[in-house]
Structures are given as C-alpha cells and as structure tokens.
Design a protein around this ligand. Structure first.
Ligand code: RUQ
Ligand code: CUA
Length: 701
C-alpha cells in the first residue's frame, strides 16, 4: 500500500546541484582511474550489452566490467533518472495500430501511461463503462465498431502557437477519425468521424490558437461514402481537407461549425498549419498528382510506379481564414454528413492554390517563425524551403504559371522557394530547435541531418538504427522550440534488441542536441504498432488533476453524476427499466457487496469511489459478464448490461488497494427465471428432480 497524504517531495535546486556535483566528482574519478578509451565497445551487433556482468560499486570498475565506453557512460548519466525524480519533458507518442496514445518521460524514456483512444484500454476501464463506451461509439464507421486504429500524428493544443498543455488530438488514418484527449485527467473525451473521407493522413494539426483541428484526406474516394467505379476516378473521386472546429470552453469538436474543402483526386499527404507570418493558412502535400489508380491485373501500371511518373507534385496552399468566411456565408454544400466548400468555390473564392513540389514529397513543416515551409522530397535528395512571403505575393498579384486540370491556379516553383538543401537519400520530416537549425529524418540513409535554415547547408548527420520516419524535438512544433532533445522514431530495429520473433519492436532513439556533436543517448524499444509521430512538451506545462473533485465526478461531464452515491446512501432499487445498484467503493469494500437480480433483468451499476487519497484507485470486475471498471479517487462510473445468464458471479476489486484488497469482493447473484431449476449456462436445463440431489451431495472429506 502506498503511503497516503505524503506528496512526493520535489528536489530542491540545492539538492540538484549537490547531486550534479557528486556525479561530476565520481565521473571525473572514473575517467582518471579507468582506461576508458581501451574498453570502447566495438562488438558485433547482438552481443550482450556491456559484455560482462555488472560487478563492483566503484564506477571505474563498473565501466570496465560492463565494457562501457566513455560515451556510453556520458549517455547513461544524461538519461538516468533516480527513483522519485521526474522528467523534464513529456512526450506523447502515437500507439500506432493499438489506437492508443503513449506517454513517455524524457530524457529517461520511461513509459508513464497508455491512454486508450480508438480502442478499449482495460486498465483504465476505457470502453467498459457507459461513458467511455459512448465515446468509442462516436468513432463507429457505418455503424461498425472499429477495434483498431492507425494512429499517426498527435497534436497538442496551442495558444498563440505554443503548446498550452490542455488537450491533445490524435487521428486514425485507416478509419478517418479524430479524437480529443483531455490532459486534465489524460482521458479521451470525444471521437468524431465523418463519411466525407474514406481515409486520411494530414491529421491532426492544429491552428495556432486551436481554433481548428485539421484532417486531410489520403486516398481519394467519392465524397460522402458514395460508390463509383474506379474508372470514374478523375470525375468522381476526390480528396478533402476537413477543418474541425474546436470549442475550447466545452473541450469538444463542434461538428456543426466544422467544414471541409474539396480537393482534386491527388493523394494528399501530410499537412501543417501556418503560424505567425503565415497564420490563417494551411499547407497540404500531395503525391500521385498523376492520378494513377493501380490495376496491375487490369493492364495498368501498379500504383507506386504510376504515381512516380512526374517530377513534381503539388503543395496545396489553403487560405483557411477565407474558407471559414465562405463557410459562414453559407457557400458550403452538404455532402454526406459534412458541409463542403466545393472545389470550384474554393478556386473562385481564392481559397486553394498549388505550388509544384519535388516528386512524392512527404513531410511539410512550417518553420517556428511561420515564414517558411520545409518540404521533404522522399524521392528527391533535397528539402525544399518555400517562402510564404513569395507565395503570398504571387497570390496577391495573381501571378500564376497555369492551372491544373481542375482549374486550380498553379504558382511557379522557382518563384515560390528560397532554396533547397541537399540532405541525402529520402528526406521525410523536419523539426526545429531554437537556434535556427532544422533536423530532417533521412529514411533511406537511416540518419538525422542537422542543417542550417539560414545557409541551407548540412552541419552534421547522425546515424539512427535504423530507418527513421518521424522525429520529435522538444517543443518542436511551436513558435519557440527548445531544441535540447530529439527522438528519432525508427521503423526498423533489426539487431538492436533481444530477439522476440519475426515481428520486432520499433526503436525510439533519444538524441542530445546540446552536446558539441549530436549524441545518441538511449534506445527505447516500443512494443506497439507503428507509432508514427510524437510531440514533446515541457513537463511543467502539464497540470493534471490528481483526484476527481468533488466525490462522484463523471470524467466526461466534469460534474457530479446524478447517480453518484455517498457513504450511507447506498441502495438497490428495482425500477421500470431494471435494477439500479447505487454502490460505493472504499478501502476495502463495496457497499452493497451482495447484489441479487433475476435472469433477464437489465442491471445498472452506479459506482462511486468515495476516496480522495491520491492513487487510491479501485477496480470493479464481474468476470464472465465482461465488466471491468477503473474508479479513480472521487470518480463515478455507470455500467449497464443485461443479466442474461443465471449463476453466481463473484465481483471484486482489481487494483491491489490495501492489505485487505483480496477481501474487497462480493457476489452478483443472478437468480434463474424459474427460481433455480435452470442448469449452468450452455447445458440443457436440469430436471427439477436433479435439484435436491445437488443439494444433498455430501462434501468430500
Ligand atoms: S507519416 S513516418 Cu503519418 Cu511519415 Cu508515418
Ligand atoms: Cu480496492 Cu483492491
């Protein structure tokens, strides 16, 4: 049982510097006494880390025994976080196929939490009580439950272009969905979806004050979920950019105030919102402006070669401020469940422009000052730096080099860029520090390239292990990035970890940006489906609650639930709609602890954890009924189900909450309709005569 009432003590500045000094002394000693240079690790991959067993308590001996190099020791000291100490940054990483969000402390790289988002998360009881079930229901597609997610890009809410620590938004590429997670309690409070899109990718990206959460399509399809054969690709298939309006007061996306902008059937890729100089604008990449459709068994080129014919694709430049006004003026059309600004309207109203961008680009990242847009050209060796000022001037002067086949004005490439930086093979995504440097992931080379935005020259490259996709720098998407740490999110781990069968973990690698040369500090295996992107926020910007107050609070409404119960007021009531159980949980009992219902009854459990001690969570489980709640201190939860199988069901608490946790249990008794004659579920009803026989069976001795 954890100590109650004694909040973990924060380390004082003095203690910190004492500690640093102690390490310095120890470390200098180690360097002076140990032949560090001679034990530098140069072993084949796959050998046990650090060679021999850890032995001795003397640093120099330890380094020698574990065969660690000086660089290893430095890396260890930079990431080691002693017990009770906290991390400087918190990173929110996508949980990929798991459809959940992973909270990681940096620089320790300790996993702090998995937040259930698009899929049930049993520990949190997410997807088991009525409230969270209704949140998940918001993400049903065509009435179907989706039991996985392809989560890509978490986006922290921003105020004036800076992370404010209030909310985080995430997307599901496969079944276009956007979720809102409240950072007050790290709980998913809303999932929205629209039938306007059938897949998405440019999501989620927020405008600088979180007015909108952007969701851009990926693979074109007829808008609104309609059917059209792929022969009609050019005419009937479309992309779109959805602008979900965020109501910060309510902490929810407001469907009625949200709109979409129709795009031609190119495959839109990543997106980013403008900021400062480019506030009011948004940028979407595209691939496959060739409009290849695949059909490799129908005499057509496979999609990937068909889509790589031209040298240029189109950067979509979108004036969302204008789109907002056009939508408000009623010039959007209802398609499916979304109001859509049609392509022609977007052209006529000056909402959409194209700028050619090198072949099959991927990441589009607006610089911290909002003045430039960096595009990584997957099949190009450069990053291209577009100047917003130049783009804006061309638009204002209506200086276009032509139109695409749908009539969208095209700006001249050379007139829109400031320049290009020769990066290497396969540049994807770019992050920034506060010193005018950019960091681009180089997929094919498995490297991070640090380059100067000013000179467009590579300063340094560091190898990653192995192919790197996204990368995330501390406060890296804000108007004032911190630099300091960078996490490379590598898609191939190959030989980095112990073998666990053919499906390998992902490899997150922590890189120090403050050292003279970029230094690799830590490898973190991530045992969840491809987690594309992450954002990293200064830990002290997060101010989550530690208990729900007042007692009986529903996390979704943040109000006391009308069915919350206090100690002494517990009751079981039979009403028209079934049996209502008003229950409390406290160490170490549920009240009531025996609940009797009849087969076929609808049962409503209303359970309040009446504790206010930090971390005093109780679980509530009824095994064979798939009931599993997590009741954090002060929390109230409801769960409704039909008691359709008679029998005796123990109920119990699933969190080891006290010395008498095992005794925190009771019984849920479902009396058979016929008063006890029914046999156990799955077996034919026993003849009444069998009953006394069972009763009379003598106890085995
Ligand atoms: S995108 S790295 Cu969504 Cu690059 Cu995956
Ligand atoms: Cu409550 Cu265990």
């Amino acid at each position: 049982m954890v100590a109650l009432g004694s909040a973990p003590r924060r380390t004082t500045q003095r203690e910190m510097s004492m500690q640093t000094n102690r390490w310095n002394v120890l470390f200098t000693l180690a360097l002076a006494t140990g032949p560090l240079g001679l034990v530098a690790c140069n072993e084949p991959a796959g050998s046990p880390g650090g060679g021999g067993a850890a032995g001795g308590s003397n640093l120099a001996e330890l380094l020698k025994a574990r065969n660690l190099s000086e660089a290893d020791a430095v890396a260890a000291l930079k990431t080691y976080t002693p017990t009770g100490k906290r991390d400087e940054y918190v990173m929110f990483a996508s949980g990929g196929h798991g459809g959940n969000l992973i909270v990681i402390g940096v620089p320790s790289m300790r996993i702090l939490k998995y937040v259930g988002v698009f899929t049930p998360e049993p520990w949190q009881g997410y997807g088991f009580d009525d409230g969270s079930k209704s949140v998940l229901k918001g993400g049903q597609r065509n009435g179907k439950d989706i039991t996985w997610g392809d989560m890509h890009h978490p986006a922290l809410s921003e105020t004036a272009g800076d992370y404010d620590g209030q909310y985080i938004f995430v997307n599901d590429k496969a079944s276009p969905r956007v979720a809102v997670v409240s950072l007050k309690d790290f709980t998913t409070v809303q999932i929205v979806t629209s039938n306007i899109l059938q897949s998405e990718h440019g999501s989620t990206f927020v405008t600088p004050n979180t007015d909108y959460v952007i969701e851009g399509s990926q693979y074109p399809a007829p808008l609104g979920g309609k059917y059209a054969d792929i022969d009609k690709y050019n005419d009937e298939y479309r992309g779109a950019g959805v602008f979900w309006k965020f109501d910060r007061q309510k902490g929810r996306l407001d469907r009625d105030k949200s709109f979409a902008i129709e795009f031609p059937p190119y495959m839109q890729d990543l997106a980013d919102a403008g900021k400062l100089a480019s506030d009011g604008w948004a940028f979407f990449n595209s691939i496959n402006t060739e409009r290849a459709t695949g059909g490799n068994m129908e005499g057509k080129p496979p999609l990937e070669s068909g889509a790589s014919q031209s040298d240029m694709d189109y950067l979509h430049v979108v004036n969302w401020k204008k789109a907002e006004a056009v939508f408000a003026a009623g010039k959007a059309e209802q398609i499916g469940d979304m109001k859509v600004i049609r392509l022609q309207t977007a052209i006529d109203e000056g909402i959409l422009y194209f700028v050619p961008e090198p072949k099959s680009p991927h990441g589009v990242d607006v610089t911290p000052d909002g003045k430039e847009i960096v595009v990584g050209g997957k099949l190009d060796t450069h990053t291209t730096v577009f100047s917003f000022e130049k783009i804006k001037a061309l638009i204002d002067q209506k200086k276009f080099q032509g139109k695409d086949s749908y009539g969208v004005p095209i700006l001249a490439f050379q007139d829109s860029i400031r320049g290009q930086c020769e990066i290497g093979l396969g540049p994807l995504h770019t992050q920034f520090d506060g010193q005018g440097n950019a960091y681009t992931s180089v997929f094919i080379e498995s490297k991070v390239a640090k380059w100067s935005l000013k000179d467009l020259k590579v300063i340094e490259k560091i190898s990653t292990h192995y192919n790197i996709g996204h990368l995330s720098a501390a406060e890296g998407d804000t108007v004032s990035p911190d630099g300091k740490y960078l996490v490379a999110m590598n898609k191939w781990a190959i030989d980095r970890f112990n073998d666990v069968g053919p499906l390998l973990p992902q490899n997150f690698q922590l890189i120090d940006l403050t050292s003279q040369k970029l230094q690799l500090l830590y490898d973190m295996p991530l045992p969840l489906g491809e987690p594309h992107y992450a954002q990293m926020i200064k830990a002290d910007k997060l101010k989550p609650i530690d208990v729900y107050k007042p007692i009986g609070t529903d996390p979704l409404t943040e109000k006391v639930d009308p069915d919350a119960t206090v100690g002494g007021k517990e009751k079981i009531e039979r009403r028209q709609d079934g049996v209502h159980v008003f229950m409390t949980a406290v160490r170490s009992h549920f009240t009531p602890d025996i609940v009797r219902v009849k087969e076929g009854d609808t049962v409503h459990f209303h359970i309040t954890n009446v504790e206010q001690a930090k971390d005093a969570t109780h679980g509530f489980a009824i095994g064979s009924y798939n009931i599993n709640l997590s009741l954090e201190p002060g929390e109230h939860a409801n769960v409704t189900f039909v008691a359709d199988k008679p029998g005796v069901y123990p109920l119990y608490c699933t969190e080891f909450c006290s010395a008498l946790h095992l005794e925190m249990a009771g019984y849920f008794l479902v009396e058979p309709k016929d008063g006890g004659a029914a046999a156990p579920a799955g077996k034919p009803a026993a003849a009444p005569a069998a009953k006394p026989a069972v009763k009379a069976a003598p106890k085995a001795k």
